[in-house]
Design a binder for this molecule. Structure first.
Ligand code: GLY
Length: 348
């Protein structure tokens, strides 16, 4: 078992543990009994995860003396909006949930972002824990307390920073994930290795087939390493003033590519192209050597993630992303494998 603490002690103590273990969810009843986060618990999930794990998870909690109710919404990014939040809140109120209760978020990134957002505003804020079921959510969305919903104007435009009280990562959930979704999460692992950890990058190069075939030890190792990287970054900069911006490597181009594809391209696939484009820029600006850029491209290709798009976003496209007109775009550019910098580029 691996236990990593995210130490957040700026104003109030928001620290919490991230448990990574096959079968980690078995520890949740004891954790809830000890921490007394709520008198009863709303398990929030989506229609897909509800069928696979939601109903059995609720039965398991009840059998272990935890009072809970399961609430679900149709799976997919199109549900990530205020209407769904309002529906979930109404259902919780209908079942007499109040300030003394808490939320258990069971699912991928959309579920995690929505549950976090709902818990930050329900009755002016209640506690929640994250139980991610996708690789992408395990290594990124479940950690660091970013919550939110989309608007028709863009992704994650409404949201809060609201840290969970714990994160339980149980890699056995990944058994039911499609290879495409595994690659979707792997892209974020590769991203973290490039910005912070050359050893992790090398480990992925050497163990790619084991990772893609979900070999437990290898998979758990890359999850653990990525969680450690993200934990350190969030500890330094909870509200994304500087250091946390490094996690946006590949995302400046990636978000625009994702949007241009009308979200048909998965996030990890879009940021893979985004990383290659950022590297090209880093080489042009003489920040990164060509050999490292080629090595990254080779790994992304070997992982069967894309490296190119028909329509490369221009600086103008990037500046007008999210309907705001930016004068400066903060690109995240690697200077070598394992290190990246913030590179402000004027666009007017
Ligand atoms: N997904 C990037 C972050 O949590 O800051």
């Amino acid at each position: 078992m691996s236990e990593i603490t995210i130490n957040l002690k700026s104003a109030i103590d928001n620290s919490y543990k991230v448990i990574i273990e096959n079968g980690a969810n078995q520890q949740i009843p004891a954790f809830l009994q000890k921490s007394k986060l709520g008198q009863k618990y709303a398990i929030i999930t989506d229609s897909k995860v509800e069928k696979l794990y939601g109903a059995s998870f609720a039965r398991f909690l009840k059998k272990n003396g935890i009072e809970c109710e399961l609430f679900s919404f149709p799976d997919g990014e199109t549900s990530k909006n205020l209407k769904t939040i309002e529906n979930l809140a109404a259902q919780m109120i209908e079942k007499s949930f109040d300030r003394k209760d808490a939320i258990l978020s069971l699912g991928g990134g959309v579920v995690g972002d929505m549950s976090g957002f709902l818990s930050s505003i329900f009755m002016r804020g209640i506690s929640y824990i994250q139980i991610p079921t996708t690789l992408l959510a395990m290594v990124d969305a479940s950690l660091g307390g970013k919550t939110g919903v989309d608007m028709s104007e863009g992704k994650n435009l409404l949201g809060t920073f609201h840290q969970p009280k714990a994160v339980f990562i149980d890699p056995t959930y990944l058994k039911t994930l499609s290879p495409k979704q595994i690659r979707n999460g792997l892209a974020e692992v590769i991203k973290c290795s490039i910005i912070k950890d050359e050893k992790l990058f090398k480990f992925i190069e050497d163990n790619l087939s084991k990772i893609l075939s979900l070999e437990p030890k290898t998979l758990n190792k890359i999850i653990e390493q990525t969680v450690k990287i993200k934990a350190k970054i969030v500890e330094k900069d909870e509200k994304e003033n500087e250091e946390r911006m490094l996690l946006n490597y590949g995302h400046t181009f990636g978000h625009a590519i994702e949007k241009a594809s009308e979200f048909k391209l998965l996030h990890g696939y879009a940021i893979s192209i985004g990383m290659v484009l950022a590297n090209k820029m880093a080489v042009e600006k003489k920040l990164l050597d060509k050999k490292s850029a080629e090595r990254i491209k080779k790994l992304i290709t070997k992982a069967e993630l894309p490296i190119a798009t028909m329509k490369i976003p221009t600086l103008k496209d990037l500046a007008s992303d999210k309907k705001k007109s930016a004068k400066v775009i903060n690109f995240i550019l690697p200077t070598k494998i394992g290190k990246a910098v913030i590179y402000p580029e004027k666009c007017l």
